[in-house]
Ligand binder design. Structure first.
Ligand SMILES: NC(=O)C1=CN([C@@H]2O[C@H](COP(=O)(O)OP(=O)(O)OC[C@H]3O[C@@H](n4cnc5c(N)ncnc54)[C@H](O)[C@@H]3O)[C@@H](O)[C@H]2O)[C@@H](O)CC1
Ligand SMILES: Nc1ncnc2c1ncn2[C@@H]1O[C@H](COP(=O)(O)OP(=O)(O)O)[C@@H](O)[C@H]1O
Ligand SMILES: [K+]
Length: 489
């Protein structure tokens, strides 16, 4: 059974369409009719009282779906107007046929004149998975006019202007209230800039037979909530792992303190911190449960490394001599390790394979790891996360809205939890702590990355119930325990 959690790219969607059309009683016309009808039902479900609708119809098959919907709406007695770009009448045979049927039934259609007719719902059928460049000229104006109208927009398959494979928004794009996707969920609607455009989401498989999906793995999956076993009654701290958090150069004590506190709230049995001497008192005042160690030279780190099950390396680490020494000593230990913040910058400067590590770059750090730029990373977040995993060998969490989790040989995952309240300093340090905590408790890198990122996002959502703006990493950490409890059998 297909769900919104299994995500496919455009090649897969087109192949699935082909397989469906190979079935005896299905062809491309049937699929388009089903798409238009499913979209019409979706409109009725969301806006049962709408009497006037405008359908924006593009030149391709996405437009075709729109013409079918328009016909259903008209047959049901609604006041319908289809608006198409004056320079782009229906171009594909299917779209031409559906436009013809609508016209034959007496449906109203007009070329875009600069203003859209008034409507209670606007249906966006301009472009779907066939978008091949940023909308410009007339289509850009139609999108802008639809967004400027006060009516909600129902997007068919993809909000027009969104790159349905990558989540990027190359120019203007529809801001939909709801998007109904056809056949299977699109990978690009789950991450990055696209998230602001899709609204709520649904999926109509168009009754494509389940056999079409046989042997067809999704390109990515929405990360599911992790499951944790209940603790044994006779458990003790030695069974829940020992995290060593390493960082906190002069002037950057807060980051390592947040990572340590988050590791404790992530369930680690013990948390030690290796940092500059001046941060130890602050750490112990704030979190006496942590063990603070002043480390002035790398050799001081050795005994701490020996006792650690996993490392959180990088929060506030800096990039100087002290930082380099600790970075090299920590990696040389071969312990499971979260590599974050300045440790990622040091790694970018001296790349090496780190198969047992979890790398947690934000898009800027990801760009440095790849030798590219932030805009390129954001243009294709899946490709960037997968390229970092391939280059460095470990698991990767590419942070930001719709965080992408990747590892060599694994199907990538994308987070559906988290919120923009988390765009504040220290949130990444909290993520490092919780992932290190799971590594210390025995999780493998990809699972620790995925479960840790999920818990962090969920705790952020629980914290955001009191509002997004002003949400602090410390507030999120306060909800980690509840997030873990929700996931515990
Ligand atoms: N794949 C499937 O399984 C199904 C697809 N259907 C619909 O078909 C759609 C795909 O149809 P198409 O492949 O015809 O693609 P689209 O309808 O998304 O658009 C393609 C057309 O728009 C033009 N175009 C693309 N970007 C443009 C831009 N920025 N400015 C101006 N013109 C631009 C292309 O040159 C092409 O003519 C899907 O999104 C979906 O709505 C459904 O009918 C049923 C099943
Ligand atoms: N708009 C957002 N939606 C969801 N999660 C977000 C958003 N903004 C930030 N986050 C999350 O918050 C954390 C921020 O990390 P980072 O950018 O490293 O912050 P810092 O360096 O200040 O600690 C990441 O886990 C990121 O995914
Ligand atoms: K569309």
């Amino acid at each position: 059974m297909q769900s919104l959690s299994a995500l496919y790219d455009n090649a897969a969607l087109r192949e699935l369409e082909k397989r469906a059309c190979a079935e005896p009683d299905i062809d491309d016309t049937t699929l388009m009719r089903r798409a238009g009808q499913a979209a019409w039902r979706c409109l009725l479900e969301h806006w049962p009282n709408a009497r006037r609708i405008v359908v924006l119809a593009g030149p391709g098959n996405n437009g075709g779906d729109g013409w079918v919907l328009a016909r259903h709406a008209r047959d049901s007695g609604l006041d319908v107007c289809v608006v198409h770009p004056s320079s782009m009448p229906p171009r594909t045979p299917l779209a031409m046929r559906m436009a013809g049927e609508y016209a034959d039934a007496g449906g109203r259609a007009e070329a875009f004149s600069g203003v859209l007719p008034v409507a209670e719902v606007i249906v966006d059928a301009l472009f779907g998975i066939g978008l091949d460049r940023a909308p410009e000229g007339e289509t850009a104006s139609m999108i802008a006019a639809a967004n400027a109208a006060s009516s909600p927009i129902l997007a068919l398959d993809v909000p027009s202007g969104i790159d349905s494979e990558r989540g990027a928004v190359p120019g203007v794009a529809i801001f939909a209230a709801h998007t109904i996707q056809f056949i299977a969920a699109h990978i690009g609607l789950a991450t990055g800039a696209a998230l602001d455009h899709v609204g709520s989401r649904s999926l109509s498989t168009l009754d494509a037979p389940a056999a079409c999906f046989d042997g067809f793995a999704p390109k990515a999956e929405v990360a599911a909530s992790p499951r944790f076993p209940r603790r044994a009654r006779d458990s003790h701290k030695g069974r829940h792992g020992h995290v060593l958090a390493i960082g906190g150069e002069h002037g950057y004590g807060g980051a390592i303190l947040i990572a340590a506190e988050s590791a404790l709230r992530g369930g680690a049995g013990l948390v030690s911190v290796a940092t500059r001497a001046e941060h130890v008192a602050a750490l112990l005042t704030r979190r006496p449960e942590a063990m603070g160690h002043a480390v002035e030279v790398a050799v001081d780190l050795q005994p701490l490394l020996e006792h650690a099950d996993a490392l959180a390396l990088g929060p506030g680490l800096g990039r100087g001599e002290w930082s380099h020494g600790l970075f090299e000593a920590a990696l040389a230990s071969g312990k499971p390790c979260v590599v974050d913040a300045d440790a990622l910058n040091l790694l970018a400067a001296a790349p090496r394979p780190l198969p047992g590590a979890v790398l947690t770059p934000h898009p800027g750090e990801a760009a440095r790891l790849l030798g590219s730029d932030t805009a390129s990373v954001q243009r294709d977040r899946y490709a960037a996360a997968e390229a970092i995993a391939a280059r460095y060998g470990g698991a990767v969490v590419l942070k930001g809205a719709g965080s992408v989790i990747a590892a060599p040989g694994r199907t990538s995952r994308v987070l559906a939890v988290g919120n923009p309240g988390m765009a504040s300093g220290g949130m990444g340090d909290a993520l490092s702590g919780v992932i290190a905590s799971l590594l210390a408790q025995g999780a493998a890198p990809f699972e620790a990355a995925s479960a840790g990122a999920w818990l962090h996002g969920r705790a952020g959502d629980l914290a955001a119930r009191d509002g997004e703006a002003g949400l602090l990493a410390g507030d999120l950490i306060g909800h980690l325990r509840a997030a873990i409890a929700e996931c515990t059998a």
